[in-house]
Design a protein around this ligand. Structure first.
Ligand code: BTN
Length: 265
């Protein structure tokens, strides 16, 4: 890890945008947790909380996100969207599209999105996204914390045993493009999509990277494990599954596994 790895001054200078501020911490339990606390205390949209490592990085469905020092980007963007509920649904897919675009430009490799929001390259998960929203009493959005974790290089000694079959990194070794530059590119790419958030663009870009398209999967419907074939996603980013009985099922949350029980996460 170089001295400059995720340097607050350099990040803010590279960005040169008064509407976005990076706050860098050496270590946090979770950037989502700290971002939430800051948002509760009035932090502005565009505040980006960055940690060089997380001791309790969180993933979807109560999982953890392995976040060792010096080999990954762990950050959370505070958003205060003034969107319709339909537009709100686009925030997380827009982040998946933004990260995929940046990864493809950096690695010259096609990124795939494993529904809902995991990014894979060469069959390995290199990025996870966890967004958490707070609604106010009127049912409108007070803030959204968009948390993104990207593995840049493999950790020293490799990934822990329980995730080594699925976890990967963008590069085998540190590249010329520094972590600061990749961070700034990712945040600015996301924010430019966020500012003109339209359905069509995000949907098309997401759909074309959808992993498991046409794959046979297991999923859970009303607590029961079922089997079907993935057809795509609908406009609300639900997974469309062709069920064994030929009917379509739109899955809004949870996890799918390939074939007969192998968890693809
Ligand atoms: C997942 O894989 O299920 C989502 C992982 C999200 C990880 C990022 S790292 C930065 C932010 N802080 C967290 O605690 N989680 C997210």
């Amino acid at each position: 890890m170089t001295k400059n790895f995720l340097n607050e001054k350099e990040l803010n200078a590279l960005l040169n945008n008064p509407n976005i501020t990076f706050k860098v911490y050496d270590s946090l339990i979770s950037t989502n947790k700290t971002a939430k606390e800051l948002a509760e205390n009035g932090a502005k949209e565009g505040t980006v909380i960055v940690a060089k490592k997380q001791t309790g990085g969180r993933g979807r469905l109560g999982r953890s996100f392995y976040s060792p020092e010096g080999t990954g980007l762990y950050f959370s963007i505070i958003l205060r969207p003034d969107f319709s509920p339909e537009q709100n649904l686009l925030i997380t897919p827009a982040a998946a599209v933004a990260v995929s675009t940046v990864i493809e430009a950096l690695t010259d490799t096609k990124a795939q999105i494993k529904w809902v929001n995991d990014i894979f390259i060469n069959g390995k998960k290199v990025c996870g996204i966890l967004s958490e929203a707070k609604l106010n009493a009127k049912g409108t959005t007070e803030y959204v914390i968009l948390g993104i974790g990207i593995n840049l290089t493999p950790p020293k000694g490799g990934f822990p045993k329980d995730i080594e079959f699925v976890a990967g990194a963008l590069f085998n070794a540190p590249q010329n493009d520094t972590a600061n530059e990749i961070m700034v590119k990712t945040v600015t790419t996301f924010l430019s999509l966020y500012q003109g958030l339209t359905d069509d663009k995000i949907y098309t870009e997401y759909e074309k990277r959808l992993m498991l398209k046409k794959a046979e999967v297991n999923y859970t419907e009303n607590g029961e494990v079922k089997h079907g074939t993935v057809l795509g996603v609908d406009r609300s980013f639900n997974l469309i599954i062709n069920k064994a009985d030929g009917k379509e099922f739109h899955l809004s949350s949870g996890e799918v596994t390939i074939g007969s029980g192998n968890l693809v996460k």
